[in-house]
Design a protein around this ligand. Sequence first.
Ligand code: NAD
Length: 360
Amino acid sequence: MAHNVTLLPGDGIGPEVASAMRLCVEHTGVKINWDVQEVGEVLIAKTGQPLSEGVIESIRHNKTAIKGPITTPIGKGFRSVNVQLRQALDLFACARPCHYYEGTKTPVKNVNLMIFRENTEDLYAGIEFELGTPECDKLRDSINATSARKIKSDAAISIKPISVSASKRIMRFACDWAAKNGRKRVTIIHKANIMKFTDGLFLKSCTEVGEEYKDRGLTVDNVIVDAMCMQLVQWPHLFDTLVLPNLYGDIVSDLCAGLVGGLGIAPGANYGDGIALFEPVHGSAPKYAGQNKVNPTACILSGVLMLKHLKEDAAAEKLENAVKAILREGKEVTYDLKENRNDPSIVGTMQMAEAICRKM
Ligand code: NAD
């Protein structure tokens, strides 16, 4: 039976890595009806908007989607399409495996971390007030009237909501995954010493859920986010499964991507209730767009996660093993995986994908 999957190629390097992923996934023999939908700059050029209701409907209908990265203009213009998709589809759990593959250039070896980032709230919720607007003035005046701490008149304001329900939901998702996958330790990351009410609530809610999993062989502990960054760099092997609020999850997962060979390697998945959207951790790297240059591995490994989700475990294993073989050999790989960036044996995005197909 063929699976129906929404494919969002994205923009920048997105269409290139998405084509590479599609080639490899199809080469496993699994039949997929791809429902290709335009988003980002490609759609802006046609309609003036980076996201359409049709895209969201397609994902709701197919229940499984995979995407390339999408550009978000900094400080102006449109809200992030990624954030809009996560919120519209309530994709509350972002899972980012950080797994060492032999042959990659890494500061340490054999890291095997799983990161769960809460995807719907925190400073990422998009509740922002621009300096000089009546809304910002009103909010500032209201806060200044009730808070001992005062906000300056030349400040913009972003709001950080953290709820019991969303914190418990991500923790339960992470603990279920850890228990099912034979993991032993779940670490809650926070800054509750400073943000006592928001991060404090995240820590309390997650700790309560963690109690329910003690008899399922899980040890639950917590570490403050800044200390965690240092410990991850020095002793990443001490850690196993991490659970973070949205913003720390975004930052710490890039740090962990660096531990396993960089953004070109790191895959990701966003899960909601019955819906899953897979994507590489990296962005649209506009300076490399259209050059057939960047590493397709992160998007291809996102395809591996998608195949597992579709219960095509044999195909997922076959594709992952082919990726492993190509990385281990280190011959037909993109520039970022070579010691010397002028190495004449460097291959392009599509050529690396074709080499992976030949290994299956
Ligand atoms: P980026 O991840 O696009 O690129 C940063 C650098 O990482 C690149 O210049 C390149 O050196 C390297 N890199 C990234 N992907 C690579 C790959 N596949 N192979 C080899 N090297 C790779 O981050 P950025 O420059 O901060 O962001 C560019 C745009 O992407 C922004 O608009 C940002 O908002 C957006 N973005 C989108 C997503 C998403 O769609 N999920 C995620 C992150 C950033």
